[in-house]
Every structure is written in C-alpha cells, then in structure tokens.
Design a protein around this ligand. Structure first.
Ligand code: GLU
Length: 291
C-alpha cells in the first residue's frame, strides 16, 4: 500500500570532525530525496560521546551545511539534550525484558570467544555492584527489509553479533538506541545514509519492533572512498570542505551521486544548483558499486 504520509527525512552526523566531502554527499542525497518528494528535511546532531567530539565540530558542521544552502525545516535536534528520553526508553525495554545490565569486562567477553555470555540476561545477575552497561536483547528472528536502493535485505542478526550495548559503562548512550528513539520522536519516515551503516539496520529494526513503532524506509548510498579505497572519514584524514566553494562542492557531490548536472550551473549559485538537483534527482542513477 502506498503511504500518503508526508515524507520526513534527516541528516544525522556525529560531530567527530568538520563536514567532509563524503558527509556532504550523504547530506545532499537525504536532502534531495526529501525535497524531490515535497517532504521535510531535518538535521540532528548525534553528539553522544564528548570524548570523541572536538567542541568546535558541531558549529563547523552546521556552518558548512548552511553555506551549502542545506537548510532544515525545523530547529536542529541535539542528542546531548535528549538523555531523559533515552533513560525512559531503557527503563521501558528493561521492564519488558528486552534490555539488561551487563558488567562483563572485555577480558570476560574475549574468554567467551568474543560473544556475550547469556547469563547477564538472567535477572538474578543484575544485583552486582560493579559498573554495568545496558544491552539490548536481540531475538533469533531473521530480519527482512527492503532497501530503497539496494533491494531486499535480510540478516539473522543474533547469529552474527552479540546483544548491542545501548548504554555504555561510562554512562554514555549508544548510537543504536539514540538513533531509533530520535527517528521515532521526529517522525522520520525515510532514512538515507551511508552503506557503512547497512549492518546496523537489522538491530535497529528489532529495537523499533520492541518499542512497537513503525520502522522507516531505509536507503543506503555507497560511501565515498579515497584513492586508497578507504572511506572518507576523519580517521582517514578526509579534508574539511572548503566553505568558500559551495557550488563546486555541490556540483562534485551531485557528480559522485551520478546525477550529471549541466556544466553551466557551475558558475551559478548554490540555490540554483540545488533547484536543478531537486527537479532532476534520480536515485536510480546512484552507483551501486563500492561499499
Ligand atoms: N550519526 C551517524 C554517523 O554520523 C549516522 C546516523 C544515521 O544516519 O543513522 O555515522
């Protein structure tokens, strides 16, 4: 059945460094998917881990998005201000038996062949006074979903990973939990993100189900790699975007998405280029290569 609900998309960077070309491509793809369908587009800063986030990164990312004319339809949401919501979802999941305390050390996990020993799921082991993480209890079900670009996907997630941590021992909330809680909170209908996150989807699907929420559509675009075939990221020293050259950057990002913008638009404004891109956006043209 085709849904008549308004498309609501988002770009949700973790502020571990300034915006680079790879993240611009992701931001642009999610923006164009939303705008080409008369949808709404939001920005969410996933600032969950202050130890990995230089304090200037959030401001730099927001400034870059603005200079590239990628304006959100609502004020930016910051995950650092959403701790209460994450706490209550963890309480809820614990209450229905889908989250549990785990005080296992790395050593203990290694001794168990890198898998999580299931005894932590047993309530009686939660009285320990040691620091604990919270884990989400996966089920054995095989998850199926339709990626909007990559087609049918399936994963028996429990066979591949152990129950994901949703709150770390240090008290930081994990991406897996926060991304689902906030996509639900913001009414996100469609998630467009890099294919490096494809393997996260089945776990997230299980969290949606545990919360009784409708999962969004997912579309994973190929990640941009450097000459050595590495993902562009801060770890691989991807250079920050040059905010003085938004039109050139957007043009290059559209080309990376295989959209073939007309050359004369290179000498025009960012607004005109984005207008062209919204009208001509063709997600089917995005290359399916490199993952
Ligand atoms: N915050 C995540 C990242 O920067 C992306 C989250 C998502 O799009 O689901 O890698």
């Amino acid at each position: 059945m085709t849904s008549l609900r308004t498309y609501r998309g988002r770009f949700a960077p973790s502020p571990t460094g300034p915006l680079h070309f790879g993240s611009l491509v992701t931001a642009l793809a999610s923006y164009l998917e939303a705008k080409s369908r008369q949808g709404l587009w939001f920005i969410r800063i996933e600032d969950l881990d202050p130890l990995r986030e230089p304090p200037e990164a959030t401001g730099e990312i927001l400034h870059s998005l603005e200079t590239h004319h990628l304006f959100p339809d609502a004020p930016v949401l910051f995950q650092s201000r959403r701790h209460e919501a994450y706490h209550s979802v963890i309480d809820y999941l614990s209450g229905i038996g889908r989250a549990y305390r785990c005080s296992c050390s790395r050593k203990q996990l290694q001794a168990n062949h890198g898998r999580h020993p299931l005894r932590c799921r047993d309530v009686s082991s939660t009285t320990s006074t040691q620091p604990y993480a919270m884990r989400f209890a996966l089920t054995d079900e095989e998850c199926h979903w339709q990626d909007q670009l990559l087609g049918p996907q399936h994963q028996t997630v429990r066979a591949e990973i152990h129950d994901p941590v949703i709150m770390r021992k240090e008290g930081f909330f994990a991406y897996q939990l926060a991304v689902v809680v906030d996509d639900i909170e913001q009414g996100i209908t469609d998630v467009v993100r890099g294919s490096d996150l494809l393997d996260m989807t089945a776990q997230q699907l299980q969290i949606y189900r545990a919360l009784g929420a409708t999962p969004p559509n997912w579309l994973h675009i190929p990640v941009i790699v450097n000459d050595q075939g590495q993902k562009l990221s801060k770890q691989n020293r991807a250079p920050a975007l040059d905010n003085q050259a938004p039109v050139e950057n957007l043009f290059a990002a559209l080309t990376a998405l295989n959209q073939q913008p007309p050359q004369p638009l290179l000498t025009g404004s960012a607004a005109d280029l984005l207008k062209w891109a919204c009208t001509h956006w063709n997600r089917g043209a995005v290359h399916l290569t490199s993952r």
